[in-house]
Design a protein. Structure first.
Lengths: 362, 297, 449
């Protein structure tokens, strides 16, 4: 058993590296069950408004798992994920307008482009540590958002940028032929998200995952143990960028219309805050983060509550997570519930545990 | 290519903008040196202080009361944050401490939009008495507010430098930046020194907020995220040297505005802080200057 | 000891902070500094006492409508920095007034307002919410930066004909959207047209870099080309961080006999104009122009007397300050009695909301029989040559492939704190190809009496 007590973050987390046992099988069954419910029951039960929101949850789950992978598994913080997201959406839109390639191929190409961008950025940037890596990604994201404001997103125009600024009728970005309706596209998005999660899971369970743990624990020790830390850090960057690019592609099909004002650099800050809240050490944390980012605002909007309360909640959440619950909600809530359960059991437990019972006293 | 004549007025506005960046940048560096925290909520605190000052003035109270309220608020919130969350996070990585300030940023940002709602088509403004008087350089009117912005940048750099070098409290702050634990064992009251650093930074945030609200706009989003551009200057100063931060801020302001009259580059001029900071970070990392601790040499 | 001391310090700070919040929330009334943009409770101070009472909005004054409600919907942008809720809230105020005074043949109107933050997924979802969950029979009052683009095909598919205050290109270029305003392109046309009429030798057209800049710029470009006047097209990223450079650039490019025409939201336009004044360069061009958003008394007051007859603003709607018709008085009365949620008070936003609601109510009153999607939208489309009392022209929806029913405007200029008329109703030039196409489809619209 590797005890990965991380001195930097102050949290303790046990990662068991063992063969699939009964626990894993149960977990797999639960996950499959939930997935089936999502794919088949949810679109029928939810209103169109919420089906659209859940599609966004699927998109942002991919964003969250990418960032969570970087922060939780490798200890790298990137404040530029929204820029990568935007690039993925851009490439998808451009290809969908310019060619008639099948959707999955376009998504792969988008992911490949963002993977290339992520690797190119990572090559020099990963020389920086911790805080400075975060800040340089923030700076690069800020620069990118200015460029995006001028180049805009493809909207069916010609030329490399594919942007026709004088259009009076912007054509929508197409969806895959098997998933043109909203419920069908929701299923498509969930399926792609599940694939991305599986991809991350596969990485975590094999050599890259172990290398990342070693790097996060102590980079000098990992180097001393012969791990090529540069390569594995780049690998993490590349993987996170790939997933984020694919997420951008799914987003493009979901919304049909892309605008540069929808990708402000400050959204990367909110993404980091909520991913931390959700929990970066568990894959469930990414789902919690996505629900917080997309479902909760939709609910509040429906109930007429201002979105500002959510911003405040996220701020408080970040502070709480960093000071008292480093592993986030995905870890804290089950623990709190377990503790509550134990409390209830103790107060209503069998009387013989308290020594002489009331009955004996007679 | 525009002529020298065309560039001249942009030098004046560039210097004023540089002063704006310098104010925030120096404030960020000072706090980082004392506590290891990159205070990303610097802009948000100043913005809310400026909005409070606006509210006070709007209620027909004397303007100086509003400015005082702004400074008090910024100082109090920053100090409060530092005292509440500083100890809990003191042993953590600078990255964690910086991320925690994002929490404060988000709380303030949400509060500002709740309390000062966006009203259809109308805007709020802070005016300082120095806005309407000035002098003429070349053919451009320069207001005293712009001069104050630039001068404040210089003044704060000089005063802070002297403070850190020649006073006991300042020396204690520098010692704490080196090593908090050893400084504590030497009998320096670290909590009090930290509190002083937080309070000082907070007051600076309030001052910057007022000046920025006047020179740029009294808009919560603009002022909150202007800190990213100011951070660029601080990063070029390696989060260590306030003189270098000041110089970087002036350069960023000048370059950003000198690009404006060049038609092909004009739309990209807002990229200046980001591009310069990213370049500086990459260049400095080659020499492994940043990989070290934040000690002074 | 240390812990307690720091806790006490922390508590003191917290109390101080809370105190500040209390102070802030007490004094931060929704109305920003000065101007006739005060909340409705104070509006009587700015206009002569209304001789028309609000109850004249309905057919049976004083009779509260109690029948089955007619459900309408609207989508407006509401995010930090951009809020069009005043428009929807004013429409709601009108509907509430009608409900209190007879309703639509005894039926009250239930108006569902959805707010959005320029998020395409959210906007599409809200449209579906209105239709599938709220079962609205008509859509009135949409005002959004991008909603027309996103929802246009959805509304078309379901047979909704929208009455809106448009911004995005699709608000004017599709068969099922007719706006009460002119929007950024045609309003900018109006401002440029006025500048050209003053014989300027160059135009600098600067606008905010939000979706649709090319579409907007095409109008002024066509006008300038026809007049053989060179035009420089600029865009600025908003929010503007350095208004001084923007102002300098514009003035330099325009030259002493040129005009600078702005298309920004009021806060940004104000910042540029004030920067020009601070730099002392406002007189270095022949005149300044602005599209409709600048038409607020708030701007006139903030700018001061130097801009009298220097800044010319295109006004899409009849200026309230210089008009005292029964409709204008009704507008002010409704605003005063029912418009508590309209934070901007008298101004173009509330005027647009009033006009949209007015048209909708007029259409609804013509319906005999059930109020269904089909009947309500047929009634909207059938509105023809209706005198809204707020526009230069009579308003027509019509069954055309595109709609620009408001294509005639005023020009106003600041005069010591108020916007006054500089030029009466003037048609937007048919040199703009879109205007030409609409006029061909619809025939030339008649002038209001």
């Amino acid at each position: 058993m590797l005890d990965t007590a991380d001195a930097r973050t102050g949290g303790r987390r046990q990662f068991r590296l063992r063969r699939p046992g009964p626990g894993t099988l149960v977990r797999a069954a639960v996950v499959t069950g939930l997935l089936l419910i999502l794919l088949f029951a949810a679109p029928a039960l939810l209103s169109a408004y919420y089906v659209d929101s859940m599609t966004q949850v699927a998109v942002y789950a991919m964003l969250a798992i990418g960032l969570g992978l970087l922060v939780g598994r490798v200890g790298l913080v990137s404040l530029g994920q929204i820029a990568v997201f935007a690039i993925g959406a851009w490439v998808t839109a451009r290809l969908l307008f310019a060619t008639s390639q099948p959707y999955p191929l376009v998504l792969l190409e988008a992911g490949a482009s963002t993977m290339a961008v992520g690797t190119l950025v990572g090559l020099p940037a990963l020389r920086l540590r911790g805080l400075y890596l975060a800040l340089i990604t923030l700076m690069l994201a800020g620069a990118f958002s200015i460029v995006l404001a001028t180049t805009n997103f493809p909207n069916g125009g010609h030329g490399f940028l594919g942007y026709n600024g004088s259009s009076v009728h912007i054509p929508p970005i197409r969806r895959p032929s098997i998933a043109t309706t909203d419920p069908a596209y929701f299923r498509y998005a969930v399926a792609v998200a599940a694939l991305m999660f599986a991809l991350v899971y596969a990485h975590i369970r094999t050599r890259p995952g172990r290398a990342w743990i070693a790097i996060r624990q102590s980079e000098p020790a990992a180097i001393a143990a012969g791990i090529n830390t540069t390569m594995y850090k780049l690998w993490a960057f590349a993987l996170a960028s790939f997933i984020t690019g694919v997420a951008g592609g799914i987003y493009a099909g979901a919304v049909h219309f892309l605008y540069s004002i929808d990708f402000p650099a400050q959204d990367s800050i909110i993404l980091l805050a909520v991913v931390l809240m959700g929990g970066v050490y568990s894959m469930w944390g990414a789902i919690v983060a996505a629900l917080l980012l997309q479902l909760l605002p939709a609910l509040l909007n429906d109930w007429g509550v201002s979105a500002d309360w959510l911003t405040i909640l996220f701020g408080v959440g970040v502070l709480q997570v960093l000071t008292t619950a480093p592993a986030g909600l995905a870890d804290q809530v089950p623990k709190d519930l377990a503790r509550l359960g134990r409390l209830i059991l103790r107060s209503t437990g069998p009387r013989h545990r308290q020594g002489v019972s009331e009955h004996d006293r007679g | 290519m525009p002529s020298w004549q065309d560039f001249q007025p942009f030098i004046v506005t560039g210097l004023a903008l540089g002063g704006v960046y310098a104010l925030s940048g120096v404030g960020l560096v000072v706090l980082y040196r004392a506590t290891g925290v990159v205070y990303l909520a610097f802009g948000a605190v100043g913005a809310m202080g400026a909005l409070i000052a606006w509210s006070v003035t709007n209620a027909h109270v004397q303007a100086w009361v509003g400015w005082l309220a702004c400074l008090l608020f910024s100082g109090a919130v920053t100090l409060g944050y530092g005292m509440l969350f500083g100890p809990a996070l003191s042993k953590r990585d600078p990255l964690v401490k910086a991320t925690a300030t994002l929490g404060l940023l988000l709380v303030l940002f949400g509060l500002m939009d709740l309390l000062w709602t966006t009203s259809g088509g109308q805007s709020r403004a802070i005016t300082l008495p120095t806005d309407n008087s000035g002098f003429i350089i070349g053919q451009i009117q320069v207001t005293w507010t712009q001069v104050i912005g630039l001068a404040a940048g210089f003044a704060i750099t000089a005063v802070t430098g002297a403070f850190l070098r020649y006073t006991k409290l300042g020396t204690a702050m520098r010692a704490m930046a080196n090593d908090r634990e050893i400084t504590a064992t030497l009998g320096v009251p670290v909590r009090r020194v930290e509190a002083a650093a937080w309070l000082g930074c907070g007051l600076l945030a309030g001052l910057a907020g007022l000046l920025l609200a006047d020179m740029v706009a009294l808009d919560a989003t603009t002022l909150t995220f202007l800190v990213i551009s100011a951070l660029a200057a601080a990063l070029i100063g390696r989060l260590r040297s306030i003189t270098l931060t000041l110089a970087a801020a002036i350069v960023i302001g000048l370059v950003q505005n000198l690009l404006v009259p060049i038609p092909s580059l004009s739309n990209y001029n807002d990229m200046t802080p980001f591009v310069l900071a990213a370049t500086a970070l990459l260049v400095l990392s080659r020499r492994h200057v940043i990989a070290r601790s934040r000690e002074e040499t | 000891m240390h812990e307690r001391a720091s806790n006490t310090c922390g508590k003191v700070a917290l109390v101080a902070t809370v105190g500040m919040f209390a102070l802030a929330s007490c004094s931060s009334s929704p109305s920003p500094s000065g101007g006739s943009g005060t909340p409705s409770a104070n509006s009587s101070a700015t206009s002569s006492p209304a001789v028309v009472s609000a109850s004249q909005c309905g057919t049976k004054p004083g009779v509260v409508a109690t029948g089955t409600p007619i459900t309408l919907g609207g989508i407006v942008t509401n995010q930090p920095g951009t809020s069009f809720t005043d428009i929807a809230n004013m429409a709601n105020a009108y509907f509430t007034c009608v409900n209190d005074n007879g309703g639509i043949k005894g039926h009250p109107i239930k108006y569902n307002i959805e707010t959005e933050q320029t998020n395409p997924a959210q906007i599409a979802g809200e449209a579906k919410q209105l239709v599938q969950t709220d079962h609205v029979v008509g859509i009135v009052g949409n005002t959004s930066i991008i909603e027309c683009s996103i929802d246009s095909s959805y509304w078309q598919k379901l047979g909704y004909d929208i009455i809106d205050s448009g911004i995005a290109p699709e608000c004017w270029s599709t068969p099922n959207s007719a706006a009460v305003n002119m929007g950024p392109r045609y309003s900018s046309d109006g401002a440029v047209q006025y500048a050209l009429a003053q014989h300027v030798t160059k135009i600098v057209f600067d606008q905010s870099n939000v979706p649709g800049t090319g579409y907007i710029a095409a109008g002024p470009a066509a006008l300038a080309a026809a007049a053989k006047v060179p035009i420089v097209q600029l865009t600025e990223n908003v929010p503007i961080t350095d208004a001084s450079s923007v102002a300098l650039k514009e003035v330099d490019d325009a030259g002493p006999n040129g005009a600078v025409v702005l298309n920004f939201t009021p806060p940004e336009a104000l910042v540029i104009l004030q920067a020009a004044q601070k730099l002392g360069i406002e007189d270095r061009v022949k005149l300044w122009g602005c599209s409709t958003p600048c038409n607020t008394d708030f701007l006139a007051q903030s700018l001061g007397p130097k801009w009298n007859n220097k800044l010319f603003v295109n006004a899409e709607l009849t200026p309230p300050d210089s008009t005292s018709t029964p409709t204008m008085q009704l507008y002010e009365a409704i605003l005063k009695q029912y418009g508590k949620a309209v934070s901007g008070g008298i101004g173009s936003f509330s005027q647009m909301g009033f006009t949209e609601a007015e048209i909708a109510v007029h259409a609804l009153e013509t319906i005999t029989g059930a109020y269904t999607v089909a009947s309500v939208n047929a009634a909207f489309k059938a509105v023809a040559n209706y005198n809204t009392g707020m526009l230069c022209q009579l308003w027509t929806y019509g069954s055309y492939a595109m709609h620009i029913p408001n294509n005639e405007d005023y020009t106003v200029t600041p005069n010591n704190g108020k916007m006054v008329t500089a030029q009466g109703c003037t048609k937007i030039s048919s040199v703009d190809p879109q205007i030409a196409e609409y006029r061909k489809l619809a025939g030339v619209a008649a002038l209001a009496p």
